[in-house]
Design a protein around this ligand. Structure first.
Ligand code: GDP
Length: 407
């Protein structure tokens, strides 16, 4: 195992799901338990990410008596807002996240945001594990702190077990309606084809050992090539810009979240790659490679110059939105794009359409804020701004708006 540990890097995992499903609580729970600083297996919170060393995972999954070896050195979980982290996955495969956790509240089932996440996962062809959270909210649930889920379920009354099975069947059906086959992970014989469900409680920890073990085992089994170390900076993404304290690193080994300081970084775009200029590299070539990301997005803009203005939080989320607008049953042309909050300048740009096609004097703002000045100006000029964090809600709003205009 020592040798293997040196070869594979830690898988990177994103957490997604609807608001209040328990994403934050789940991470807090996994992060918060029983390991003291300085002990082997200390969990470190990094910039926008948490690192769980393999020793920690081994310790916490003991009860599952997994005979398989842990080959990865640990697990890096990205904990920025779900949209930002996930849409950084990017469309061309070489994304930030190796695997995603999709959190669903067992009492609520699938919600619009869950379906949105599913669509993005499908588009990116990203593997994911479904976490069916809040099992402790089943009426009469008997708490079994940190227990593997099968053990916890066995402790429950017949009535609780029935409630659980009914919810499970409902949710599996909802997934099927979205075109995904899912199954309880310990009954899933076709991992990859069928997505695994892990029931958990982020309050008392049932099912958490199962989740940790499944994440590690699945990634190291099916993603060996992706997880093999190389000496180059391979996939390195700008997550977000932030201020605060800096640590000095002598060496960085993947996968790790770090802060970088440099001149001009305020212009860095979240979701783009980080490139390293080696001794034999031509700076201009590297610059060109770095701009490729932007170019591919710019190419999506309608050549006629007529279309709506689109604004999103990261390059990845912008790509996702553009891909959606381009799809056959949507087909909304785009004349301009922006990343980050909607500013006055964006409203100005969108207002150009007022002369050409009034309905296109519209900004579709996905998962971003609108500055008060921009809001003011939009009202003054008659530029319509739609804001939402679900892509197809933006589309629905825009559709209704167009219909009303026509009438
Ligand atoms: P997020 O929006 O997905 O990050 O959801 P949060 O982690 O903020 O959780 C939303 C609410 O649900 C909070 O009040 C949590 O305390 C609660 N919650 C989260 N997970 C669980 C769980 O497993 N069981 C119970 N009973 N409550 C939970």
């Amino acid at each position: 195992p020592k040798q293997a540990e040196e070869i594979l890097r830690s898988p990177i995992c994103c957490i997604m799901g609807h608001v209040d499903a328990g994403k934050t609580k789940l991470l807090d729970f996994v992060r918060g338990t029983n390991v003291q600083e300085g002990e082997a297996g200390f969990i470190t919170q990094q910039i926008g990410a948490t690192y769980f060393p393999a020793e920690n995972i081994r310790e916490r999954t003991k009860e599952l008596k997994a005979d398989a070896k842990l080959k990865v050195p640990g697990l890096l979980v990205i904990d920025t807002s779900s949209h930002e982290s996930f849409t950084n996955l990017r469309s061309r495969g070489s994304g930030l996240c190796d695997i995603a956790i999709l959190v669903v509240d067992i009492m609520e089932g699938l919600k619009p945001q869950t379906i949105e996440s599913l669509n993005l996962l499908k588009m990116r062809n990203t593997k994911f594990i479904v976490v069916l959270n809040k099992v402790d909210r089943l009426y009469g649930w008997k708490m079994c702190r940190n227990a593997p889920i099968v053990k916890a379920l066995k402790q429950q009354s017949k009535d609780v077990q029935n409630q659980f099975n009914m919810k499970l069947i409902q949710i599996i059906t909802q997934f099927k309606e979205q075109g995904f086959n899912t199954e309880l992970y310990y009954k899933n014989k076709e991992m990859g084809e069928i997505f695994s469900i892990v029931p958990t409680s982020a309050v008392s920890g049932e099912g958490i050992p199962d989740l940790l073990l499944l994440l590690v085992q699945w990634t190291q089994k099916t993603m060996v090539e992706k997880l093999t170390f190389s000496n180059e900076v391979q996939v390195c993404f700008v997550l977000l810009s932030c201020l605060g304290t800096y640590l000095h690193h002598k060496e960085i080994k993947a996968a790790q979240g770090i802060k970088i300081t440099a001149q001009g970084l305020e212009h860095a775009i979240a979701g783009t790659g980080l490139y390293v200029v080696g001794p034999d590299d031509d700076v201009e070539d590297v610059k060109e490679a770095a701009m490729e990301d932007m170019k591919s997005v710019m190419n999506r803009i309608d050549k006629t110059g007529e279309g709506v203005y689109v604004q999103a939080s990261t390059l990845g989320s912008l790509e996702a939105l553009l891909e959606f607008l381009k799809s056959p049953d949507v087909k909304i042309p785009v004349s301009g794009i922006g990343i980050g909050p909607v500013h006055k300048k964006d409203v100005m740009k969108a207002s150009v359409m007022l002369e050409k096609k009034k309905e296109f004097a519209t900004i579709l703002a996905f998962d971003v804020k609108v500055t008060p000045e921009a809001h003011e100006l939009s009202k003054e000029l008659g530029v319509k701004i739609f804001i939402d964090d679900v892509i197809y809600h933006l589309f629905d709003q825009f559709k209704i708006y167009i219909c009303n205009l026509k009438e």
